[in-house]
Design a protein around this ligand. Sequence first.
Ligand code: HEC
Length: 150
Amino acid sequence: MKAVAAMVLGALALALAVPAQAQPKPEDVIKFRKGVYQVVFWHFRPMGAMVKGDIPFDQAAFARNAEILAMMATVAPAAFPPGTDKGDTRARPEIWSDAAGFRKVMENFQAETAKLEQVAKGAGSVDQVRAQFGVVTRSCSACHDNYRAK
Ligand code: HEC
């Protein structure tokens, strides 16, 4: 009996917990969003240092960073649910009012980071890797210029 009661309580607790997870609080989404871009930047920066020649070019390390960057680009759209434009955030309302334009810069970011991963993993020369890194950098700015507050 005790075990059954525990199971029922357990199931109840789970049922109660699920709606709370399905609707995260806007401030938690904003924390997640900043976390996504912190991870993006963490992996972007060493690649930039290699491209500039501040640290030696290490193909394996570059490829690993490029892989994580491309993966994070696929995570990013989930960080922009409606209703998360207010509070401690630099996300501009245009993200939602100009959803088609925002989708375009997001898709461009995904396509160019995927391409960077490809060339970094051996499909391209070091010069091609450098050039594609420049394209990715511009894909960051393309979004920040229009959709991130100064
Ligand atoms: C599709 C749009 C978009 C793209 C592409 C994008 N960003 Fe951002 N980024 C944002 C927005 C919007 C914010 C503001 C998030 C907030 O404050 O809620 C942000 C915030 C950041 C932050 C600050 C995070 C914090 O802790 O506040 C960093 C760093 C950053 N981006 C780096 C990058 C880099 C590097 C790239 C490219 C490799 C990139 N972003 C690509 C939209 C984008």
